[in-house]
Design a protein around this ligand. Structure first.
Ligand code: ZN
Length: 189
């Protein structure tokens, strides 16, 4: 049983004893800079951090979460397109790179760091990534549809890129203006 204590961030205890971190929102610079490459693997700290990331993602009802979204500028993301229904769908990607993008899909996309907004975003339909797992082993994985979208969205996060860079400048400006209004009103924390 872990104690839910965090020095880097405030959070609360999840049902299974993992740490549920609050999600960092647009406006925090950690979201818009490239995260650092992970060089240490197989440590209890990393295992615990990954468990906390999954717990934080499920608590926020997301299908993907990148470490910068909980305030850690490291190239780590977790994905589960089954929403914790199928254990085999839990994927950890560390230091990922997009190898191949094929086809095209249109669909709505949102981001836990930009709550309340969704936009149509054109993405590849079939995406192959190369990444390291928790032990540091390199692997390649191909995903389709939602998983392909998650690979692209989360890898973008680790390079400081948010999904609205893939929509028109007009829509993006409109979105940013609405968010500024929320920030001024104190409704964006
Ligand atoms: Zn996101």
């Amino acid at each position: 049983m872990y104690l839910c204590v965090s020095v880097a961030n405030s959070g609360f205890c999840g049902v299974s004893g993992e740490m549920v971190y609050p999600i960092v929102k647009l406006g925090d610079p950690v979201l818009e800079r490239e995260a650092e490459t992970v060089t240490e693997f197989g440590t209890p700290e990393l295992e615990k951090f990954l468990a906390d990331m999954f717990e934080s993602m499920y608590a926020a009802k997301g299908v993907g979460l990148a470490a910068p979204q909980i305030g850690f500028g490291r190239k780590i993301a977790v994905i589960d397109v089954s929403n914790n229904e199928r254990p085999e769908d839990k994927i950890v990607i560390i230091n990922p790179k997009i190898l191949k993008v094929e086809g095209r899909q249109e669909g709505e996309e949102g981001c836990l760091s930009i709550p309340g907004f969704r936009e149509q975003v054109r993405r590849g339909k079939r995406v192959t990534i190369r990444a390291q797992d928790a032990k540091g082993e390199w692997f390649e994985k191909t995903g389709e549809d939602l998983l392909a979208r998650a690979f692209l969205h989360e890898t973008d996060h680790l390079y400081g890129k948010l999904y609205f860079t893939h929509i028109s400048a007009l829509k993006r400006d409109l979105m940013k203006r609405k968010i500024k209004k929320l920030q001024r009103a104190g409704d964006w924390k």
